[in-house]
Design a protein. Sequence first.
Length: 192
Amino acid sequence: MTPVETRRQLPGDPLDTQSRYLEAAAHGVLVGCLYAPNGNPQPGPKFTYKLAWMHRLLAHAQALYETGHPVALVGDYNVVPTDFDIYNTRSWLNNALLQPEPRVLYQELLGQGWTDAIKATHPDEPVYTFWDYLRQAWERNAGMRLDHILLSASLVPTLRETGVDAWVRGLPEASDHAPAWANIEINPPSCN
């Protein structure tokens, strides 16, 4: 089945020309793929834009959630949800990724009813999706979780497993992010 694009921009600001949101439907699931603003340096205009963008995401996510349809919001949220999701906060305390405001907005997303799929399947172990290029972060496993997969209530029962292909980060000239994934079973086999 060929995915059908349904949206190419996060609603709420027609003057925003940054490509940060793409939405498509495939196999009965609507997938919103996002690349949230980093927000550094903060404070400043980039951090202000990050917060405004996240407020727009909250409004759109609420509208999507209320449809009751199977929806997944996936991508680089550029938010470390909690201190558990980072190897050590010490070097990052002034970074926009760990500021209280984006963390609160991420928690508000979850408060709408979305399930953080990675956290749901790995509640007691740190799972990282990002390792900085500096200070041998990859080699020391000094990572953080910036990439998230949020599932609407109707998708949660179909969730089978999640993971991060961390090995990709170790390849030559690799991105500082590794692919996060979720396995959902849309049409489970019948038990006849």
